[in-house]
Design a protein around this ligand. Structure first.
Ligand SMILES: [Zn+2]
Length: 335
């Protein structure tokens, strides 16, 4: 196992000592003039990158190692089997940073002229397909590596659900292209949409549904988020804040981290959810399936999550939103 050079502070005196950090099995080892100290991996805290500030490895007794070389440290962490947090990995993708920067500059200009929500509504559909595709693809493969597992639904069952959704959707033309994916997750019954039309439904949602109309109701709701560019609009609106923070801190990577956090924790505004419900209702009614499948699916999802987002799932906020009861009422009332 390779070693990396670092500065060591014992936590009691301000004295800096040159050391080498290495890892053996599940222990981090610091070797220097004082000899050697070991700590279990789980008992050290590793700071996230903040601009050019050194990364810190903090020990339980207050001792700290400082590592100045970010690239070498990241390489060492990965060789040592540490995984950087989700946000950190996305931060380091330059394509995210550039896309975020462009989006933020355009947004600031547009916001100046039109106001932010209006600006994001105008800009979102104008983001080039290649960027939308790239952001979406990165997000999905990233989530596949971190939080999602391959679906346990048999291929034939997946095909059946895709066929069901396609049949319902053909009754009302004019939808954006989409691809329906299934994944297993520990995040409860839910679904989410990526801006390029990749829709992901969790096995747990399929298991919770009493019929395929309920699953398709959710698919139609997710497709609405794509059709109305909700994801990108929310991304643009939120990125302004990280953009200003990024400029202030002189740190472009914080802009990218704003995007990454949003992509992963996005829960749409109440207005977007109502708009998506209305779009889904229209699709379901046009196909003669009515509004009830989505209403009852939402009801069951909310119940399974313990209401108001207590289930730890923040994907789409599909049924984890405080306004779910109102959405169910509206669907049933047809308003
Ligand atoms: Zn939604």
């Amino acid at each position: 196992m390779s070693a990396i050079t670092a500065s060591f502070f014992d936590g009691r005196t301000p004295q800096r000592q040159a050391v080498e950090l290495s890892i053996e099995d599940d222990e981090i080892i610091v070797r220097g003039a004082f000899g050697e100290r070991r700590a279990k991996r789980a008992q050290v805290d590793i700071s996230e990158p903040m601009g050019r500030a050194p990364r810190l490895v903090r020990f339980a007794d207050g001792a700290v190692c400082e590592v100045a070389d970010h690239a070498a440290f990241a390489a060492w962490l990965s060789v040592a089997g540490f995984t950087e947090s989700a946000v950190v990995r996305l931060q380091s993708r330059w394509s995210w940073a550039i896309a975020a920067l462009l989006a933020a500059i355009l947004t600031l200009l547009a916001a100046y002229f039109w106001g932010l929500p209006a600006a994001s509504k105008i800009l979102a559909p104008r983001i080039p397909d290649s960027i939308v595709e790239s952001i979406s693809k990165h997000t999905l493969s990233f989530l596949d590596g971190q939080l999602l597992k391959p679906s346990r639904l048999p291929e034939a069952r997946q095909a059946e659900l895709r066929e069901h959704a396609a049949t319902v959707l053909t009754a009302s033309p004019g939808h954006p292209p989409y691809r329906l994916h299934f994944r297993a997750s520990a995040l409860g019954p839910n679904a989410f949409a990526l801006p390029n039309g990749d829709l992901v439904v969790f096995d747990e949602l399929v298991a919770l549904a009493v019929n395929d109309d309920e699953v398709t109701g959710v698919v139609a709701h997710e497709l609405a988020h794509v059709a109305h560019h909700h994801g990108l609009r929310q991304l643009i609106q939120s990125s302004v804040v990280s953009f200003v923070a990024g400029i202030y801190l002189g740190d472009i990577s914080s802009i990218a981290s704003g995007l990454a956090v949003l992509a992963m924790e996005s829960s749409y505004s109440r207005a977007f959810e109502l708009e998506a419900d209305a779009y889904a209702a229209q699709i379901m009614v046009a196909a003669g399936r009515g509004r009830e499948p989505l209403a009852s699916m939402l009801e069951r999802m909310e119940a399974s999550m313990g209401g108001e987002g207590k289930g730890g799932s923040s994907w789409d906020g599909l049924a984890s939103h405080p306004d779910t009861a109102e959405r169910i009422r509206r669907l049933r009332a047809g308003t």
